[in-house]
Design a protein around this ligand. Structure first.
Ligand code: PXG
Ligand code: PLP
Length: 447
């Protein structure tokens, strides 16, 4: 018995779920019938009732190497014992520099500097601030407008919800940032339903950017931010040629292009990043989630060659960018990140995702013809399954599927009436069979 673990001190009272104001959750509904996860290993969670739950979502799109990976656990343990915390403002610690170097090696040589944050939301706000400050540093301080996209999700900071295009994430939070425009989303069921991989129709939607440039003049526009594949608003895969066209228009007008790769980064598409997968090079990349396999919160913003340099012309001994977080480059997060990159590399997980993608695609599209399924979308190891909403009760059908899958030992994620799947990249064909076997059974029996 440990010094503090005596029976008399053991608190056997049941947990009270009230105090925790849960994020993005129907709190009252959840607390009446909670779903608690108490353990995890590889492809599975353990629920509080002891059941094993197959993780069809890599947590929240973050646990790309699967759960409880020994190498990552050990690295975190060792680092917290050696240097638990150290500031990164006018100070440094070696592991942050080491991790930044490793990360830039993972990307193409176009990207040469990394700024550390603690989440995707912070990465997005950092990137937007960098874009504004970059233009100003180059003497183009009139470039202040930021452009996002309908159905874009860029986290929950004021910057992120301003450029984001999710109505419910914006509507009760006041006037948001000034000077924002949105280009249209690319989702088009009439033309593109049941596309395998990238849909054929919609590249011309990028031309909406030209319209906004004409309206405001390029000299007033700082940056455009898009998710290469929109994840949390329902897996919207970019039409063929669309991202290339966005890049061309940005080049033509001196506008920075920001790819929000919080979901698409770290192997999800079967390449290190979406920029590699699509062969389109943005100016700034925001990341988080898979950077530490979800183990310790962290995010990072990558900038293309020249952006950091533009700031380094400031007068000597001045701080070039007045921005940073207490936990930027947190040593324990860096240790988790380094070990995570080792695991990705040693196990060839990005390549594995690419090899499994065709099998995954076939499995996704095997649901065609299933009751209420109105679209199936896929790319890399991501799937979107769109259901016909129940008349007058939007979101109910997909949420019922979520509850039933959970009962049957499968974790899925829903947004509106769309099911999103994004399992850890260590999965095998048998897991894919299990995911789609369970799901098709649930959908077949669902009202
Ligand atoms: N950008 C993108 C593209 C994201 O997907 C964020 C920014 C914000 O990251 P943080 O770490 O601040 O949450 C995200 C996060 C879902 C879901 O159900 C998706 C996210 C977060 C939670 C749930 O699809 N994406
Ligand atoms: N609020 C207060 C009162 C603070 O002192 C700080 C940081 O020093 C912050 C917010 C910002 O916290 P963080 O750097 O963790 O984002």
């Amino acid at each position: 018995m440990s010094a503090t673990g005596g029976a008399a001190e053991f608190d056997a009272s049941p947990n009270n779920l009230e105090a925790f104001w849960m994020p993005f959750t129907a709190n009252r509904q959840f607390k009446e019938k909670p779903r608690l996860l108490v353990g995890a290993e590889d492809m599975h969670y353990v629920a509080h009732d002891g059941r094993r739950i197959l993780d069809g979502t890599a947590g929240l799109w973050c646990v790309n190497a699967g759960h409880g990976r020994k190498k990552i656990v050990e690295a975190v343990r060792a680092q917290v014992g050696k240097l638990d915390y150290a500031p990164a403002f006018q100070m440094g610690h070696p592991i942050a520099f080491q991790f930044a170097s490793r990360l830039t090696q993972l990307l193409s040589p176009d990207f040469d500097h990394v700024f550390f944050t603690n989440s995707g939301s912070e990465s997005v706000d950092t990137a937007l601030k960098m874009a504004l400050a970059y233009h100003r540093a180059r003497g183009e301080g009139t470039r202040q407008r930021l452009i996002g996209r309908e159905r874009g999700y860029h986290g929950v900071g004021f910057g992120g919800i301003s450029v984001g295009g999710v109505v419910s994430n914006r509507k009760v939070f006041g006037s948001l940032l000034n000077g924002i425009d949105h280009i249209p989303h690319t989702h088009n069921l009439a033309k593109n339903a049941f596309s395998r991989g990238q849909p054929e129709n919609g590249a011309e939607l990028a031309d909406e950017l030209e319209r906004i440039v004409t309206l405001h003049d390029a000299s007033n526009i700082a940056a455009v931010i898009v998710e290469p594949v929109a994840g949390s608003t329902g897996v919207l895969v970019p039409p063929k040629g669309y991202l290339q066209r966005l890049r061309q228009i940005c080049d033509k007008h001196g506008i920075l292009l920001i790819f929000d790769e919080v979901i698409t980064g770290f192997g999800r598409l079967g390449a290190s990043f979406a920029t590699e997968y699509f062969g389109v090079v943005p100016d700034i990349i925001t990341t988080a989630k898979g950077i530490t396999n979800g183990t310790i919160p962290m995010g990072a913003v990558f900038v293309r060659k020249g952006i950091y340099d533009a700031f380094m012309n400031a007068p000597d001994n001045t701080i070039e960018l007045f921005h940073g977080y207490t936990y930027s480059g947190h040593p324990v997060a860096c240790a988790a990140g380094l070990a995570t990159l080792d695991v990705y590399k040693e196990e060839g997980l990005f390549e594995r995702a690419a090899e499994l993608a065709p099998y995954w695609e076939d499995a996704v599209h095997s649901l065609k013809g299933t009751r209420n399924v109105i679209d199936l979308r896929n790319l890399g190891i991501i799937a979107g399954i769109e259901l016909e909403p129940i008349a007058g009760k939007p979101t109910k059908r997909a949420f019922d599927a979520f509850l039933q899958c959970y009962e049957k030992g499968l974790l899925i994620r829903t947004t509106g009436d769309i099911i999103a799947l994004s399992p850890p990249l260590i999965l095998g064909k048998s897991h894919i069979d299990e995911i789609f076997g369970t799901l098709s059974g649930v959908l077949r029996d669902l009202n």
